[in-house]
Design a protein around this ligand. Structure first.
Ligand code: OAD
Length: 256
């Protein structure tokens, strides 16, 4: 199929679908100016940290317990990249579909909160939200707008212990309540599954696409690169998320 035939096909699938799952990763927010984790210019492609550590070690549960200042330094760098950035057409497209009456579930690995900001209400941010700050000791919790007012590492206003962002660090379990929500959504089933801007490195990200493809449910991948799921999706678009979804939205609006 030609690229424009593919876009038309996706728009038709969107129009016919009632329940849509959109799995997103760093690539969708790359179009808002955020770096990805892997690949060229990615946060993990710069070799060792200043402390001579792999970034996965600096951002691990163990490091947070033993030397929280190191973990916080790199968490704050990630936050710095989100500052002043905004959701893009890709994020808004799924919020728009939800407003049109479709049941849209977003499973995102991104901690930037852009899907919420764009207006999607059923977002499973499986790796957390960088602006939710919590105390593991006294359960203090707050949402900040940025880290600009925080001392890094910040301490709890109630118990003075070190606070942490409510994100999943390396070696940590996924949040049980969010996994249960995902499980429920998958049980209800979907009639269209997108995978956008992710390497599908984690099994819980690849698996829903693999299962949908096995069951004959249409699957669409949008990613300029090839990934582990590229050979099994029904439609693969070798393009950028925001631009591709803007084209799909234009086609869908013509039909709608
Ligand atoms: P990655 O950095 O692994 O992958 C980003 C993907 O986006 C790559 O496949 C790129 O080819 C693709 N990409 C780049 N620009 C794009 C664009 N404009 N449009 C569409 N795709 C584009 O990021 P994730 O797969 O999201 O976890 O990584 C998952 C997790 O790895 C993160 O949540 C983080 C990290 O370890 C934790 O911190 C627990």
């Amino acid at each position: 199929m030609t690229p424009s035939a593919n876009i038309k096909e996706i728009a038709s699938l969107v129009e016919d679908a009632n329940r849509i799952l959109s799995i997103t990763g760093a690539g969708i927010s790359a179009d808002s100016g955020l770096p990805t984790y892997r690949g060229v210019g990615g946060l993990y492609s710069q070799g060792l940290t200043e402390e001579g550590l792999p970034i996965e070690t600096a951002l691990s549960h163990r490091m947070f317990l033993e030397r929280p200042a190191i973990s916080w330094k790199y968490i704050a760098q990630i936050e710095q990249t989100c500052r002043g950035k905004k959701p893009n057409t890709g994020h808004y497209f799924f919020a728009e579909l939800e407003k049109s009456g479709k049941r849209v579930c977003i499973l995102t690995q991104n901690v930037d909160g852009f899907h919420h900001q764009a207006g999607s209400t059923n977002v499973i941010d499986i790796h957390g939200h960088i602006y939710d700050i919590v105390c593991s000791h006294c359960r203090f919790r707050c949402r900040v707008e940025s880290y600009s007012e925080l001392d890094i590492p910040p301490s709890c206003p109630r118990c003075r212990k070190i606070l942490r962002p409510d994100v999943v660090l390396f070696d940590e379990m996924l949040p049980v309540a969010k996994l249960a929500r995902l499980e429920k959504e998958l049980e209800k089933g979907f009639d269209l599954v997108f995978s956008i801007g992710t390497t599908s490195f984690f099994p819980y990200i690849a698996q829903p696409v693999i299962a949908a493809a096995k069951n004959g449910i249409p699957t669409v991948e949008i990613n300029p690169d090839r990934t582990a799921i590229s050979p099994i999706v029904r439609i693969k678009i070798d393009g950028k998320a925001a631009e591709t979804l803007r084209k799909v939205e234009d086609q869908w609006k013509e039909k709608h």
